[in-house]
Design a protein around this ligand. Structure first.
Ligand SMILES: [Fe+2]
Ligand SMILES: [Fe+2]
Length: 296
C-alpha cells in the first residue's frame, strides 16, 4: 500500500504533470503555436475540426463527471487522492479542448450550443452507461467503465489524432501529447486499483462485463457514425495533401498506412486497436472481455 500511496500522491502528480510535462505550456501547447491556416481558411475542414473537437469535449465532460463522482464512492484515501488529481486533469482536458473550439472560431457564448448540436448521440449513450454506475456510487463498475473503457478508448483515439496532426498541426499534436500522458496515468490507476477489488467481489463480474459490452457497442456505433459521416471530407483532404506531397500520418499506425488508408480502413484499425487493448487490460484485472455486437 505504501508504494500505491506514493505512486498516486498529489506530490507525485505535481512533479510529473504541472511541474513536469505541462511546465511552460499554455492550454497544453507551446505559447507561440496556433491553429494552421489550412484549417482556419478552409470552411469544410474547419467545420470537420469543430465537429471532431466537440466529441473530445463530450468525452472529457463525461470523464470529469465520472472521476469527480468516484472521489466520494472510493473506499480508501489513496484512491480518493488519485481521483482528485484525475478530476483536475479531466477539468483541464475539458478546458483545453473547449479552448480549441474557440481557436477554431466558435464564439464563447456559442460553445454549449455547438457542443449540444454536434455531440454524437451514440457517444451520449456510451457516457450514460458509465454515469449511471457512478451516480449509484458503484466504485468498482465506475472505475472499470471510466479508467479502463472510457480512457482506453480516449487514449487510442488521441494517439491516432496525434499521429495525424504531428506534421500538419503541431499545436493540436502538443495539446494531445499532454492529454495522452494524463490518460496513461489514469488507465494505470484503474488496472492497479481495481484488480484486487474484483478478486474480493467475484459476484460483481458478470454485471461489470455486461457494462463493458454495452459501452463497447455504443463506442463502435460512434466510430461508425463519425467515419461514415466524415468519409468524403477525409478522402478529399487525404487526396489534397497527397497532391501537395504531404501526408496525414505515419506509414505504420498499428499496421495501417495512414497516408493511403480509406476512412473505412481507419475505422477498422481504430476499433481493432481499442478492442484489443480492452481485452488485454480486462484480462489483467480478472475480467472476461465481452465482444460487442456490431452496430447495424
Ligand atoms: Fe481526459
Ligand atoms: Fe482521463
Amino acid at each position: 500500500m505504501a508504494d500505491f500511496l506514493s505512486q498516486y500522491s498529489i506530490q507525485r502528480w505535481l512533479e510529473m504533470c504541472p511541474q513536469g510535462y505541462l511546465e511552460d505550456t499554455v492550454n497544453g501547447h507551446d505559447p507561440g503555436l496556433s491553429e494552421p491556416e489550412e484549417i482556419l481558411g478552409n470552411e469544410e475542414i474547419r467545420e470537420a475540426s469543430i465537429a471532431l473537437t466537440v466529441q473530445l469535449i463530450a468525452g472529457e465532460r463525461a470523464a470529469l463527471a465520472a472521476s469527480s463522482g468516484l472521489v466520494n464512492a472510493a473506499p480508501d484515501y489513496a484512491s480518493k487522492t488519485f481521483l482528485a488529481t484525475q478530476t483536475l486533469d479531466e477539468a483541464r482536458h475539458v478546458e483545453i479542448f473547449t479552448q480549441r473550439l474557440m481557436d477554431l472560431g466558435v464564439k464563447k457564448e456559442d460553445v454549449n450550443s455547438t457542443v449540444a448540436d454536434y455531440t454524437n448521440p451514440n457517444l451520449v449513450k456510451f457516457a450514460e452507461v458509465l454515469l449511471e454506475k457512478v451516480s449509484n456510487g458503484d466504485f468498482i463498475a465506475g472505475v472499470v467503465g471510466q479508467n479502463i473503457v472510457l480512457e482506453g478508448m480516449a487514449f487510442t483515439v488521441f494517439e491516432l489524432l496525434q499521429t495525424t496532426s504531428k506534421e500538419l498541426n503541431p499545436k493540436f499534436a502538443q495539446t494531445l501529447a499532454g492529454t495522452i500522458a494524463d490518460e496513461r496515468r489514469h488507465v494505470g490507476f484503474g488496472e492497479n486499483r481495481i484488480g484486487s477489488l474484483i478478486a474480493q467481489h467475484p459476484e460483481r463480474k458478470a454485471e461489470i462485463e455486461r457494462m463493458q459490452g454495452e459501452m463497447a457497442y455504443h463506442m463502435l456505433a460512434t466510430f461508425s457514425d463519425i467515419f461514415t459521416g466524415g468519409a468524403s471530407t477525409m478522402t478529399r483532404e487525404r487526396d489534397r495533401l497527397a497532391a501537395q506531397g504531404q501526408s496525414i500520418g505515419d506509414a505504420g499506425w498499428h499496421g495501417t498506412d495512414l497516408s493511403t488508408a480509406t476512412p473505412a480502413d481507419m475505422e477498422a484499425v481504430l476499433a481493432d486497436t481499442v478492442l484489443s487493448e480492452f481485452k488485454t487490460r480486462l484480462g489483467r484485472i480478472g475480467l472476461e472481455y465481452q465482444t460487442p455486437k456490431v452496430p447495424a
